[in-house]
Design a binder for this molecule. Structure first.
Ligand SMILES: Nc1ncnc2c1ncn2[C@@H]1O[C@H](COP(=O)(O)OP(=O)(O)OP(=O)(O)O)[C@@H](O)[C@H]1O
Ligand SMILES: O=C(O)c1ccc[n+]([C@@H]2O[C@H](COP(=O)([O-])O)[C@@H](O)[C@H]2O)c1
Length: 192
């Protein structure tokens, strides 16, 4: 089984998350995609962050594809740090192949994440293009440090077989939507 892990604040969830999910499921040949609703991104202010239960409920209302599972197990792991979460997931699910999935904007700050190099060495990574961050892979610390581990996007369907470190950048349809713009618009309906 091949499972994508898609961590996010989902504050609120939106069509951009669905587009990333659809691209990841198809191009990476995933059997499932687990949305990991974070208790709180360690690099973001908690002000304006809706309660976890609310973000889970909004995510469950938005998702239609049965292959997408909305989870919040990081909460019970005792912290929001991805390196810790992935080590835990790896240790407890030996028979599953995982791929960490993130939008291209995350590349800008990825080298500030706790133990970021150990994240890259835990699971293959798929970065999905996002407006404003299309060229981020040329200049980010992660992609420069792990240049040798780049996998061409034409081979993305086999990324799950590659031992980490291995990463790819997926171009394709893009969405300009963001949680920030929805919050600024005061949107109560995540589909608007
Ligand atoms: N429109 C989008 N295109 C590509 N990736 C996206 C898009 N929206 C969110 N993502 C990715 O989804 C993951 C979770 O993002 P998050 O829930 O923080 O949404 P966001 O719209 O980036 O939020 P905010 O505007 O509050 O920063 C991140 O890896 C982010 O890069
Ligand atoms: O582990 C870290 O230091 C770390 C720092 C920043 C972000 N993350 C994770 O990155 C994912 C995306 O976060 P966000 O807020 O951009 O949606 C989410 O799972 C966060 O917990 C993790």
């Amino acid at each position: 089984m091949v499972v994508g892990l898609f961590g996010g604040s989902f504050n609120p969830p939106h069509e951009g998350h669905l587009l990333v999910s659809e691209i990841a499921l198809r191009r990476l040949r995933l059997d499932q995609l687990w949305w990991m609703v974070t208790p709180g991104n360690p690099l973001k202010s908690k002000s304006g962050l809706a309660p976890l239960q609310e973000r889970i409920a909004m995510s469950e209302r938005l998702v239609r594809d049965p292959r997408i599972k909305v989870t919040a197990f990081e909460q019970s792991l005792g912290g929001p740090y991805t390196a810790h979460t992935l080590a835990h997931v790896k240790a407890r699910n030996r028979g599953i192949h995982f791929i960490w999935i993130m939008g291209a904007d995350s590349l800008r700050t990825f080298h500030l994440w706790q133990e970021w190099q150990s994240i890259v060495r835990t699971f293959p990574i798929a970065v999905i293009d996002r407006p404003g961050s299309t060229l981020s892979f040329l200049s980010s610390n992660m992609t420069r440090t792990f240049d040798y581990a780049h996998v061409d996007e034409d081979d993305a369907g086999a990324l799950w077989k590659k031992p980490a470190p291995a990463w790819t950048f997926l171009h394709g349809p893009r969405s300009t939507i963001s949680s920030t713009s929805l919050r600024l618009a005061g949107a109560g309906n995540p589909r608007t």
